[in-house]
Write a protein that binds this ligand. Structure first.
Ligand SMILES: *Cc1c(COP(=O)(O)O)cnc(C)c1O
Length: 457
């Protein structure tokens, strides 16, 4: 087996800015110990997110020049619509400015008090948009997905018996849609098997509930199916993706992930009446149905990105480079969610810092240390992101405390990743010096974006 190389050459470069450890100590303090509040210019390697951070191809940039900026009926919309239809097969394709705009529109229509939305694991914006309408967002992750140390092929799967029990308990009339997030971002970027999608679909059909895919990383999920699920080895990824979508009645999508663009998204479905309602709301909040909050050039870039994302040389490099980081960290003893997911490595902060309890935010502590030691930006996915309070103001923690190292698509080379490995390993070696944190400011929803912290002694 030969080295798997980056399947592109570099035509345009963007310098990154080096800082000293002293500067970073000051900068993270000014940012309230919240990496979201750092200036990106002060970050050396930015692994905050893989969202909207992809490097676009020369063909995508050519599409940017070629975009048709007509208000209505732009040719770029029709190219975009064709590209989305080719992969998803859905009848109605509604462009939005990003994934959460699709969620906002969908749940404003189907959500509301007394309604329940099941998912394998809701992503933070998905949960927020469900809850904002007064509906309840419920997660049904398969048991193996809850154990970071267990290696299994499809740890993003839905717990189907638990889902069915829930539907019976709450009443199918109160469940306007069921969702599956592929790959399961908040659950560790773990894939969902075709068999699981099929089984969820069967339950949905039995109770007359539409199934929606949160399809942000559909191509990565399809590639995992090709590699890991019996019967798919010889199938093109495009066909696997088409089969995944064939079991769904609709999808929400952030094109900032698997459409390789810096902004964009869509909402797609087969139900005509629902599409009419969504488009009416789209006109109020996003724009006319043939641009939906995007410029014509953005639609071109999405259309081109959707062609490039199913390229199997790209996907092989993509999944392997994430796996490479995971393998080396594991070998150095750093506890991570096993096996590595598609778009990110998730450090298991509970095992990394067993002496810092969830209410002192061990994940935040690691994220700050990675910045201070190496200028690397990561994000806590644990009690900061998903923590809630009970009636007495006591923190209710989610099951896992994680730190996500998200890998932007086509942006960093192997030596950048080797540097990341060195820094994480160093922080792990010196973990006994890490401190807990307390929150000194927080917003009522999605608090992780703007919260401010203080380091504890
Ligand atoms: C990013 C993401 C979203 C939201 O998309 P935005 O473009 O950030 O609004 C929803 N679900 C999942 C799984 C995501 O990864």
């Amino acid at each position: 087996m030969k080295t798997i190389i980056e399947p592109f050459r570099i035509k345009s470069v963007e310098p990154i800015r080096f800082t000293t450890r002293e500067e970073r100590l000051k900068l993270i303090e000014i940012a309230g110990y919240n990496p979201f509040l750092l200036h990106a210019d002060d970050v050396l390697i930015d692994l905050l997110t893989d969202s909207g951070t992809s490097a676009m191809s020369s063909k995508q940039w050519a599409g940017i020049m070629d975009g048709d900026e007509s208000y209505a009926g732009s040719k770029s919309f029709y190219r975009f619509e064709d590209a989305v239809k080719k992969i998803t097969g859905f009848s109605y394709i509604i462009p939005t400015h990003q994934g959460r705009a699709s969620e906002k529109i969908l749940f404003s229509i189907i959500g509301g008090p007394g309604k329940y939305i099941p998912n394998n694991t809701h992503f933070d914006t998905t949960r927020a948009n469900v809850e904002f309408t007064g509906a309840v967002a419920e997660d049904f992750l398969t048991e193996t997905g809850k154990h970071p140390e267990i290696r299994a092929d499809f740890k993003g799967n839905m717990d189907v018996p638990a889902l069915e029990k829930f539907i019976i308990e709450k009443g199918k009339e109160n469940i306007p849609a069921c969702m599956i997030t592929i790959t399961n971002n908040s659950g560790g970027g773990q894939p969902v098997s075709m068999q699981n999608i099929r089984e969820v679909k069967d339950v949905c059909v039995k109770y007359g509930i539409p199934l929606f895919l949160d399809a942000c990383r559909f191509a990565e999920n399809a590639y995992f199916i090709k590699k890991r699920e019996k019967g798919y080895q010889d199938k093109p990824v495009l066909e696997i993706a088409q089969e995944m979508f064939s079991y769904a009645d609709g999808a929400t999508m952030s094109a900032k992930k698997d459409a390789l663009v810096n902004i964009g998204g869509f909402l797609a479905m087969n139900d005509e009446q629902l599409a009419v309602n969504c488009r009416n709301l789209l006109i109020v909040t996003e724009g006319f149905p043939t641009y939906g909050g995007l410029a014509g050039r953005d639609l071109e870039a999405v259309a081109q990105g959707l062609e490039e994302i199913v390229d199997e040389h790209y996907l092989q490099y993509r999944i392997r480079s994430t796996e490479y980081l995971g393998e080396k960290l594991s070998a150095a003893g750093v506890p991570i969610i096993e096996p590595p997911g598609g778009h990110a490595i998730y450090i298991d902060a509970k095992r990394f810092l067993p002496d810092i309890p969830p209410d002192k935010y061990p994940g935040q502590s690691i994220a700050c240390a990675l910045y201070i030691e190496g200028g690397i930006r990561s994000v806590e996915i644990g009690s900061v992101m998903f923590g809630k309070y009970d009636s007495k103001g006591k923190l209710i923690s989610p099951p896992m405390e994680l730190v996500r190292l998200a890998i932007p698509r086509r942006v960093y080379t192997q030596s950048h990743i080797d540097y990341v490995l060195e820094i994480v390993t160093e922080v792990y070696r010196n973990r006994s010096s890490l401190k807990g944190y307390r929150i000194v400011y927080e917003a009522p929803v999605l608090r992780h974006f703007t919260a401010r912290f203080e380091m504890m002694e």
